[in-house]
Design a protein around this ligand. Structure first.
Ligand code: COI
Length: 354
């Protein structure tokens, strides 16, 4: 499929690298592509970043038939730009399409188109430490129709945003709040899919957490409200008695690419790592017995995010005296060293762009 490129006539001022936070600045260009049943995916194009024209009846606005991804482009010390596991993101996005009744796309073509967009926007990839260009591929249902059914037409777009740390805390411990009153997802639903409704479902409890001074919500399973699932913006890891534990993929947890990378590194280093059910009581009991060494989250936006405090009902534990622990540090260092090309990539995760 030929990729049409229309360049912008005016260019936006770029923010200072040191002042970047998350997700509020967008580059000069974006990728767009449409789907209809006659033509399939067609008309792929790179064009100036701008609004998407849609009718108020557009289905995504009413029934949330949409999927998205998050990945990053990193600038190395030599000035080159590279991606981290982009093929895994497009593969997961296609799996999400299947779950949301959205037609599949050609992953190889999308990676080529993304690289072309990144070459055009290469000056937007920041170089200050801990900054990157966040990439948000998204597909939305476009039929103007109010009945509940799958849409016949779709828009695929990719936007780019230079970012710093996702949490205001940066790579410092965050405080998380465990809720038993609200659930994010249940098995058999779409909790394992990167679809927009999952994030809408997390907002109310997220607001409560913020009002109580916590950064994020740690979700429990939706049925027994007993087993730990994920944090919504990241997967979660516990270090208990020298065992690294992360909840197994139960069908209601996002299969994080950073999660998978942490597991692979832990295995390579010979650590004891388990993907298994872990109850919130096990976590708090380990805290009470002095066996809970660390908690940290993993995600593209969050990278590795240490957890310094966890609250559940009337119980609160401070972890590692509220400081970043050695495991979180080691995973953070190894992942970012690979992502920014500071060490050789032993896993074949890095994809050069330019
Ligand atoms: C990511 O880590 O890329 C995410 O999509 C999580 C969040 C920003 C929604």
């Amino acid at each position: 499929m030929p990729l049409k490129v229309t360049t912008a006539k005016t260019f936006k001022p770029k923010p200072e690298d040191a002042k970047l936070n998350f997700g509020n600045t967008f580059t000069d260009h974006m990728f767009n592509m449409d789907f209809d049943p006659d033509k399939g995916w067609h008309d792929p194009r790179i064009e100036p970043y701008g609004p998407i024209m849609m009718e108020p009846s557009t289905m995504v606005l009413h029934y949330a038939q949409a999927v998205f991804e998050g990945l990053k482009a990193y600038r190395t010390d030599s000035g080159s730009i590279q991606l981290f596991r982009p093929r895994d993101n497009f593969k997961r996005m296609n799996q999400a399409c299947h779950a949301m009744c959205i037609p599949n796309f050609d992953e190889g073509f999308l990676l080529t188109a993304l690289k072309q967009l990144l070459v055009l926007e290469k000056n937007w990839v920041p170089s200050a430490s801990e900054t990157s260009l966040y990439i948000r591929p998204t597909i939305i249902a476009m039929d103007p129709f109010l009945g509940v059914r799958t849409s016949y037409t779709y828009r695929f777009f990719i936007i780019l945003s230079p970012v710093g740390a996702y949490y205001p805390e940066g790579f410092n411990p965050v405080k998380i709040w465990v809720t038993q009153d609200h659930v994010r997802a249940v098995r058999g639903g779409v909790g394992h899919v990167k679809t927009i409704g999952n994030y809408a479902a997390s907002l109310y409890a997220g607001e409560l957490a913020h009002k109580n001074g916590y950064t994020q919500v740690l979700w429990l399973d939706g049925v027994e409200k007993k087993y730990v699932e994920e944090v919504g913006s990241m997967n979660i890891f516990f270090v208990i008695n020298d065992e690294i534990v992360t909840p197994e993929l139960s069908g209601s947890i996002l299969p994080g690419i950073t999660r998978n990378s942490v597991i692979a590194l832990a295995k390579m280093w010979g650590f004891k790592i388990s993907e298994r059910k872990i109850s919130i009581d096990e976590v708090f009991d380990a805290g009470a017995n002095g066996k809970l060494q660390e908690i940290f989250g993993s995600g593209t936006a969050a990278v590795i995010s240490p957890v310094g405090e966890i609250k559940f009902g009337s119980r609160t534990i401070k972890i590692n005296n509220g400081k970043t622990g050695p495991m979180a540090n080691r995973f953070y260092q190894a992942l970012t060293d690979i992502q920014y090309g500071k060490i050789d990539d032993p896993m074949g995760w890095v994809e050069p762009v330019v």
